[in-house]
Write a protein that binds this ligand. Structure first.
Ligand code: SF4
Ligand code: SF4
Length: 277
């Protein structure tokens, strides 16, 4: 899995990963997430200078350069999965590896969707998961994934793509993340590590339709995981440099005051723009 993600900042992997490595990686991914979760949540680490220094080095010089996410929109996911399906690539839907690491395997339907089934593995990485954990992963379709992306996005999830892949150098996986179950998202929020790249868009609030945080129970401010929104002169204001384009403020604004603006001259490291348009 690590090898699938090596596509960051100048060192791009073009060759296919040997399938046995996909099998090994898929088998132990949840163990890695367990360790990362412990490093994120153990407060004692951050109280002692030496352990803080060691974990910080490990996170920023080893883990993050190898495993990095970027924020996507439901529409981008939709474009991607239909194209991947059209090209005959494997897409496997299954257990959230962060929850798997915590042994939280509880399953159950929420409005027709299983809240634990939020990870989508692509290509050989997907085949590895289907082979290793047939009880947790199944083949899926672009139609189902597009529907799920919108469903989970509307329920507070940030859509995140991960790493590069042997498929045209694109993604190895994508997930529907909330800080209560997603270790990397929690790490970014709690520990300030830059685990995600920005998405292609940032949010702008139109002052006209915005009734102001005090009038709408601070809806957008409280749903922005990245702390990008503040109140200015009675209206919501988004700092574009802190906005990841996750779209949660759009979902939770009662007046439709937020809109997405495309970033100029920006290319996401993993998702090729031609795949997403
Ligand atoms: S401002 Fe909106 S789009 Fe930007 S990070 Fe916050 S919730 Fe996401
Ligand atoms: S949720 Fe909408 S109306 Fe409320 S403060 Fe945010 S942008 Fe304004």
């Amino acid at each position: 899995m690590f090898f699938a993600h090596v596509d960051s900042r100048g060192f791009r992997l073009h060759s296919r990963i040997p399938f046995p490595l996909d099998i090994i990686g898929s088998r132990y991914e949840h163990v890695l997430m367990k360790l990362l979760g412990m490093m994120t949540d153990a407060e004692w680490i951050y109280r002692h200078r030496l352990s803080y220094w060691a974990v910080d080095k490990l996170a920023n010089q080893v883990v993050i350069p190898l495993i990095h996410g970027e924020v996507m929109t439901p529409r981008e996911i939709e474009h991607m999965v239909y194209r991947l399906e059209g090209e005959g690539h494997t897409m496997a839907l299954g257990i959230c590896e962060c929850r798997h690491g915590e042994n939280n395997m509880e399953q159950g339907l929420v409005d027709g969707c299983d809240p634990n089934y939020t990870c989508v593995m692509i290509g050989d990485w997907g085949k590895g998961h289907l082979y290793t954990y047939p009880q947790h992963y199944r083949h899926t379709t672009a139609g189902e994934l597009a529907e799920r992306a919108r469903f989970w996005h509307d329920r507070g999830c940030v859509l995140t793509g991960w790493g590069c892949n042997t498929i045209h150098g694109f993604l190895a996986s994508y997930c529907h993340c909330r800080p209560d179950h997603c270790v990397p998202l929690r790490n970014q929020i709690k520990r300030g590590n830059k685990v995600f790249y920005h998405g292609y868009n940032y949010a702008v609030v139109e002052p006209g339709p915005c009734v102001g945080p005090a009038e709408c129970s601070f809806n957008c401010l409280s749903h922005c995981y990245f702390g990008a929104i503040e109140e200015r002169e009675g209206k919501a204001f988004v700092d574009p440099s802190r906005c990841y384009g996750c779209g949660q403020c759009f979902v939770h604004c009662p007046t439709g005051a937020s809109r997405a603006v495309r970033r100029e001259d920006y290319e996401m490291p993993y998702c090729a723009p031609d795949l997403l348009r």
